[in-house]
Write a protein that binds this ligand. Structure first.
Ligand SMILES: *[C@@H]1O[C@H](CO)[C@@H](O)[C@H](O)[C@H]1NC(C)=O
Ligand SMILES: *[C@@H]1O[C@H](CO)[C@@H](O)[C@H](O)[C@H]1NC(C)=O
Ligand SMILES: *[C@@H]1O[C@H](CO)[C@@H](O)[C@H](O)[C@H]1NC(C)=O
Length: 378
């Protein structure tokens, strides 16, 4: 156990040192100062925020009803530091397409490089080998993006939607002051899980922000019979060294068993699932309270390309009795009735965290084959 965690820390340390070279990619840490605002929810009830039992009880109730009754809204605005890792292809033709990689609940940008477990899980290295630029961001309140924000009132869906809209505007504008030192007019939103839900909400509110959207660990038939990864604990209670002093509203999955059952299935390396548990990032109470703001059922205003990719043993997105994953993913096209193109793929023997399973290389290949053909004539 000790040897494993030492090994893991070494791998994570190596992964977080930038700039560094991974095969066809060169990467560097970047950060954007994003001015944004949003009408966040004022929740009708709040727990005693100094009492972990009460906070976790409130969160469990929110998972039960997927959202919290709001007593109104409050306008929140500010300038938020959004951190990321930007990678670009160093060999072969560049396609001039930027993929914006957006993680889900309890992760940060490091999930896109396989949490440091090796190249076979590294989306950014693979994308570069196919000529694509990538920017993996830490969402607000996670990783290095304002981790001290108020997890109840600030780290909610409405404010974050404006933050990513303003971020995309800055990326499009580019220029010498841009952290990317160039502009991009072709952008793909790539989400995982809650990052995909977010993408669908973005596609509804800002249908021209990106030309294509890749929704991984997503479908329109979620199995919500049990809260994903439960039970939960406040991060500062379970991992006092890493999250000392964090507000109790930042929470984590508290058992290895609960986390693995929700996020892994079939063909995966148990060491990855273990490291994933031990080094998990947090979820915020406010995101769960505003979950429904990120789950539109139909988005006729979006006319770009859509690809949906979920593991065929995904306990949350492909787990309806008597219905195959392929037919769930095919049926999810009703969410995007006017999409220019709709593709889907269900990697076999794969759970929710599809890029951390042994099928990750075939997932990367299928997604980039689809992107190649989508952008071929555009
Ligand atoms: C903390 O909250 C729980 C659940 O609401 C309650 O039963 C308990 O009495 C509270 N503890 C304190 C010290 O207030
Ligand atoms: C991001 O996630 C990784 C892996 O899960 C973790 O080791 C790291 O501490 C997190 N980064 C920050 C800044 O919290
Ligand atoms: C949701 O998942 C649970 C546990 O795997 C299963 O028992 C239940 O039948 C699933 N729900 C549906 C609607 O199929």
């Amino acid at each position: 156990m000790l040897a494993l965690s030492l090994l893991l820390s070494a791998a994570l340390a190596a992964a977080s040192n930038g700039p560094h070279r991974v095969h066809h990619a060169e990467c560097s840490k970047v950060s954007f100062d994003v001015s944004a605002s949003g009408d966040n929810a004022v929740f009708a009830t709040l727990p005693d925020r100094q009492n972990e039992t009460a906070v976790i009880g409130w969160i469990n109730d929110r998972f039960g009803d997927l959202g919290a009754p709001a007593a109104g809204t409050q306008h929140i605005s500010g300038t938020y530091k959004i951190a990321g890792v930007y990678c670009w292809p160093t060999r072969g033709p560049s396609r001039g397409v930027l993929e914006l990689l957006v993680h889900g609940l309890s992760y940060n940008k490091s999930m896109w490089t396989g949490l440091g477990y090796g190249n076979e899980y590294d989306w950014q290295a693979y994308a570069a080998s196919r000529g694509y630029h990538t920017l993996a961001i830490d969402r607000l309140g996670h990783g290095s993006s304002e981790p001290n924000s108020d997890p109840f009132n600030t780290v909610q869906v409405p404010l974050q939607i404006d933050i990513y809209h303003q971020l995309i505007r800055a990326i499009r504008k580019g220029g010498r002051t841009s952290p990317l030192r160039r502009s991009f007019c072709r952008i793909v939103w790539v989400g995982h899980s809650f990052g995909s839900q977010f993408g669908s909400a973005m596609a509804q509110q800002y249908p021209n922000d990106f030309q294509a959207i890749v929704l991984t660990a997503y479908s329109n038939q979620l199995n919500t019979s049990s809260p994903p990864g439960a039970p939960y604990a406040s991060a500062s209670v379970l991992f006092p060294k890493r999250y000392r002093g964090a507000d109790l509203g930042y929470f984590v999955t508290s058992t290895l068993q609960g986390r693995t059952a929700a996020f892994y299935a079939g063909d995966y390396d148990p060491a990855v699932a273990y490291g994933d548990y031990l080094y998990q990032d947090t979820m915020s109470a406010g995101e769960i309270g505003t979950f429904l703001d990120a789950a539109p059922r139909s988005i006729p205003e979006y006319r770009g390309g859509v690809m949906v990719v979920s593991g065929d043993r995904d306990a949350i997105c492909c787990n309806i009795q008597g219905v195959t994953c392929n037919s769930i993913l095919s049926g999810t096209s009703v969410v995007f009735p006017n999409a220019a193109d709709y593709g889907f793929y269900a990697p076999p023997n794969t759970g929710h965290d599809l890029t951390l399973h042994l099928t990750a290389p075939s997932t990367f290949r299928e997604v980039h084959n689809w992107l190649d053909s989508y952008f071929h004539h555009r």
